[in-house]
Design a binder for this molecule. Structure first.
Ligand code: ATP
Ligand code: MG
Length: 166
């Protein structure tokens, strides 16, 4: 149940959001949105994405985590549920977007080092999304903010439960 997965992540990150002078809001359809998958791993995905939105995109406008109803995704050729984490921070210059999921890749060494962290969060997200046969997408406009989307298939034929990070 994706709303439960999100709730667990937001509860843990609420204090960090408060310190960063922003707030988290969750938007979800009335009915439960359920996908096959590993709840702990999906919680890790949400944690990494929301933590990034707080660390790099905190504003008074807040951070919105949304669950969208199932829809056919042409890129994966199947029905998926889309989750989005949206901030209105300073955004990510386009040339960086393709490299964000590389291990240890950080956009601004100086700023990011001050923030703490290792540059592994999105590499882990990518890995978990691959295991779930899903997708990770970045949409960012400098000065306007960043939306990170994940697409999760509502049916998975070969869920990869066991595997180490390559
Ligand atoms: P870790 O997650 O391991 O603590 P990290 O946050 O630096 O460290 P990633 O989560 O992989 O590593 O993110 C990589 C880089 O992408 C970040 O250092 C930051 O420069 C950039 N980034 C990620 N999310 C956002 C965002 N919402 N807005 C702006 N920049 C972002
Ligand atoms: Mg991170």
């Amino acid at each position: 149940d994706l709303e439960e997965v999100i709730r667990q992540s937001t509860e843990l990150l609420e204090p960090l959001a408060k310190t960063a002078k922003t707030h988290l809001q969750v938007v979800a359809p009335e009915q439960p949105m359920v996908v096959p998958g590993d709840a702990a791993q999906l919680q890790q995905v949400l944690h990494n994405l929301i933590e990034n939105a707080i660390k790099y995109g905190a504003t008074e406008a807040g951070i919105t985590v949304a669950i969208h109803p199932p829809a056919y995704e042409r890129s994966l050729q199947q029905e998926c549920i889309r989750l989005t984490v949206e901030d209105q921070g300073s955004g990510i210059p386009e040339r960086h977007l393709v490299r964000l999921t590389e291990r240890f890749y950080r956009v601004d060494d100086h700023r990011d080092r001050e923030m703490g962290g290792t540059g592994l969060g999105l590499a882990i997200v990518k890995h978990i999304m691959n295991r779930h046969r899903g997708r990770l997408l970045f949409d960012s406009t400098e000065g306007q903010g960043t939306t990170v989307s994940i697409l999760l298939p509502t049916v998975i034929e070969n869920l990869i439960r066991q595997s180490s990070i390559p």
